[in-house]
Ligand binder design. Structure first.
Ligand SMILES: [Zn+2]
Ligand SMILES: [Zn+2]
Length: 142
């Protein structure tokens, strides 16, 4: 299988359970690439299958006005922070989703969104700052 595209804000989509194997066609590019996104697609369109490449390059976001998170940016103390528009698009529209129980605050450090590393069951979501490599835990309770 070909390697997945890189997601700068989501380290390991396989480990997150965000990928399913399937020979069905992607609803965006029409290709069958062997793997599809396994998770929630926030869009008004009726689409079922999206390949990771159409998420990574923004074509799914453009074509279906789709996003992949119910989240907002937050600082160390969980307070909402505003970032330039490019970051919202890069993180919420062009990053492959991962399952959470609740809407959550995506950790921001050094003025940029951090990278989602992994989930430590049951409730901890681990983020790492892409600039200073500091780690931070966001809780997602069920
Ligand atoms: Zn596609
Ligand atoms: Zn930092």
């Amino acid at each position: 299988m070909t390697a997945l595209p890189q997601f700068p804000y989501h380290r390991d989509p396989f480990a997150s359970g965000s990928i399913r194997e399937s020979d069905e066609d992607c609803d965006c590019c029409g290709q069958s690439r062997g793997v599809l996104f396994d998770g929630v697609i926030y869009t008004a369109s009726t689409i079922k299958n999206l390949c990771p490449w159409c998420i990574a390059d923004g074509s799914a976001a453009n074509k279906f006005d789709a996003s992949f998170f119910d989240a907002d940016f937050c600082d160390d103390s969980g307070e909402a922070v505003a970032l330039p528009k490019e970051f919202y698009q890069a993180v919420f529209d062009r990053t492959i989703g991962f399952a959470t129980f609740n809407p959550f605050g995506w950790w921001v450090h050094c003025g940029e969104p951090a990278e989602y590393v992994s989930r430590q069951e049951p409730y901890d979501m681990i983020f790492e700052c892409r600039i200073c490599n500091k780690l931070h835990t966001i809780q997602d309770l069920d």
